[in-house]
Write a protein that binds this ligand. Structure first.
Ligand SMILES: Nc1ncnc2c1ncn2[C@@H]1O[C@H](COP(=O)(O)OP(=O)(O)O)[C@@H](O)[C@H]1O
Ligand SMILES: [Mg+2]
Length: 379
């Protein structure tokens, strides 16, 4: 059975990562600055689920790794609400693990490993402790973090990626600034990814010092352009070295049906792909129901009680690309007040203040259900 290179349930491997040129360019600038001036930098990536945040973090790590073997690459996917001490403890543990990996960095790596081993990681509960001479003494997580950084001070760069960062609590958010502004020593490239909720919290006034850390390097993982879609279709075939192709009309059709939403692009490609043939738009059309079946495990249970009219309204809002809208903007889309109220009850919109709403569900949910009910693209 030939493998299908379009697995939608996994982040894209860096070799077949498509588009997002601005993120790549900015990352390269940071890598250059780390090499020439030993200066760090911070990137913030945001988007709904399935927009490509984890894929982009993997790409950033691959770009750093391509520059130097001695880089320390750490990815922290948050799974529960995380405070400063949890974040720093996990970062130190992962740095430790990365330094212990065989085969990278040569003698410099071994030297760092020896030093970092001295930053002992007796972790008890949520507190971080140093063992050794003062065994049992609780150690401030910041102290642990600083000793960890000094242990790796002669490495060329630390790339620290924090995924699903909406799970950081207030102290965890503040830690982003601490990490990004570490004085001297190893240059840190901090890449933080999260959903709309993260952006909302960063925009609150008491978070502005944290938000400023990312100034000039905030990226919205928008829907793919038609060119990015074509690249996302071609690259996995190239990377896997398998024969086959997508006709321009097939790529165009996938873009229209998915609105360029990365997760849906992958579902459609996965369903339509056959090894060794040039896929046509008719192949895409014939694969829509299978693509929806692939997507259903995630998307089927969302908005279970929505009517067709609700979905059409949700789709119009989703297509604006905005996550916060005023009621006049919604009315201008041809959605009347009773429908706004229905979307609030469905959990699609949340009223945040008089006449202000947040879009709480990922646009892909609307696109999926519109396709399932055959309300698209005509709606
Ligand atoms: N730049 C990209 N190039 C190719 N595929 C991508 C890209 N971004 C996302 N994808 C695909 O979209 C889907 C969702 O990506 P993922 O990174 O898991 O999103 P998120 O972390 O935002 O939920 C995956 O199937 C992934 O392969
Ligand atoms: Mg992810």
């Amino acid at each position: 059975m030939p493998v299908n290179p379009f697995d939608p349930q996994r982040p894209s491997p860096p070799e077949s990562f498509a588009g997002r040129e601005r993120i790549i360019r900015r990352t390269r600038e940071f890598i250059t600055a780390a090499g020439s001036a030993r200066r760090g930098g911070a990137l913030l990536l945001h988007g709904h689920r399935g927009s490509g945040k984890t894929s982009a973090l993997r790409k950033i790590q691959a770009l750093v790794r391509a520059e130097t073997d001695a880089a320390i690459l750490v990815e922290l996917p948050l799974r529960t609400r995380s405070s400063e001490s949890v974040l720093l403890r996990d970062a130190v543990e992962e740095i430790h693990r990365c330094c212990a990996e065989p085969g990278r960095g040569g003698s410099r790596r071994r030297a760092a490993l020896k030093k970092i081993s001295e930053v002992n990681l007796g972790v008890a509960g949520v507190g971080v402790r140093l063992t050794g001479p003062r065994s049992g003494d609780a150690v401030n997580p910041l102290t642990l973090w600083r000793s960890c950084l000094s242990a790796i001070a002669d490495r060329p760069i630390l790339c620290l990626c924090i995924d699903d960062s909406e799970l950081l609590d207030k102290t965890g958010l503040g830690t982003l600034k601490t990490i990004a502004e570490a004085p001297g020593g190893i240059p840190i490239l901090l890449a933080v990814a999260g959903g709309p909720e993260l952006m909302k919290r960063l925009s609150e006034s008491d978070s502005s010092p944290v938000a400023r850390v990312f100034s000039g390097a905030v990226f919205d993982l928008e829907e793919f352009t038609v060119e990015e879609t074509a690249e996302a279709l071609a690259a996995p075939l190239r990377a896997a070295g398998v024969p086959g192709a997508w006709s321009p009309a097939a790529a165009q059709r996938i873009w229209e049906l998915s609105h360029g939403y990365p997760y849906l692009v992958k579902c459609l490609a996965y369903a339509a792909y056959r090894e060794g043939v040039e896929l046509q738009s008719a192949d895409v059309e014939a694969a829509v129901s299978e693509a929806l079946a692939v997507a259903s495990s995630w998307l089927d249970r969302e908005v279970p009680h929505a009517s067709d009219a609700d979905l059409v309204a949700f789709g119009r809002i989703a297509r604006t690309g905005k996550t916060a809208l005023r009621s006049v903007e919604i009315l201008r889309l041809g959605i009347q007040s009773p429908y706004i109220a229905r979307l609030v009850r469905l959990g699609v919109l949340k009223r945040t203040a008089r006449g202000h709403y947040d879009l709480r569900k990922a646009p892909v949910i609307a696109y999926y259900h519109l396709l399932r009910r055959k309300l698209f693209p005509e709606a």
